[in-house]
Design a protein around this ligand. Structure first.
Ligand code: TZP
Ligand code: MG
Length: 216
């Protein structure tokens, strides 16, 4: 079975150098995996390419050792260079259909969608999973589309059978409510990366996702 069909999407943790209180990406992600992160995304908007490759390479070694899929945000070239498991692209990035041609059939292709039309297009273009959001307003991504709320998530879930991770403003206070709308998991930045105890924060969210899936 191809990796992309076998991924556990429960707790998808996204890096953010600006939120991690001076801790390195590798320290943050190691603690997140200890707490139960099931997917890791390397997301870096500002660093020089050389630095990105170096950081992604270190995360590649860690995620390979721990058996957690690594996805690179935005940068298909960096994803391929470090042999990441996949790439995640937004609506202003490389079009999904072209990205699929470039990465081939075996790498994971994730696409951000905030409307049903975007979601359906991504499915058609060969996405393996969707990042749906922002569910709630979030300071982490100031240029994000307007929040779509739980109802927006539910609508997309009703029409799309691909794996969906919900993203945007998700934390321990609202994760259960988000999961009740039917995504396969939650994607978080600040709720884990900015936490004082990263492993405990990840563990708490993972437990909430597991509990909500058991109720289905
Ligand atoms: N895409 C949509 S919202 C968002 C991204 C990358 C940021 C989510 O960050 P947080 O801190 O989990 O709200
Ligand atoms: Mg992007």
């Amino acid at each position: 079975m191809a990796l992309r069909q076998a991924v556990d999407w429960s707790l998808y943790v996204v890096t953010d150098a600006g939120l991690s209180r001076g801790r390195s990406h590798v320290a943050v992600i190691e603690a997140a995996i200890t707490g139960g992160a099931t997917v890791v995304q390397y997301r870096e908007k500002h660093a020089p390419t050389r630095q990105m490759v170096a950081e992604a390479q270190v995360l590649r070694e860690l995620t390979r050792r721990t058996g957690v899929p690594l996805i690179v945000n935005d940068r298909l070239d960096v994803a391929l260079a470090v042999d990441a498991d996949g790439v995640h692209l937004g609506q202003d990035d490389m079009p999904a259909a072209l990205a699929r041609r470039l990465i081939g059939p075996d790498k994971i292709l994730g696409i951000s969608a905030s409307t049903l039309a975007e979601a359906l297009q991504a499915v058609q273009d060969g996405a393996d999973y969707l990042g749906v959001g922002p569910i709630f307003a979030t300071p982490t991504k100031p240029d994000a589309a307007p929040p779509i709320g739980i109802d927006g998530l539910r609508l997309i879930r009703q029409h799309v059978s691909l794996p969906i991770v919900a993203i945007g403003g998700i934390n321990a206070t609202n994760a259960a409510e988000v999961m009740a709308a039917g995504p396969d998991g939650i994607a978080v930045v600040s709720a884990v990366v900015a936490a004082e105890d990263i492993a405990v924060a990840a563990q708490e969210l993972r437990a909430m996702v597991n509990a909500s899936r058991q109720r289905r």
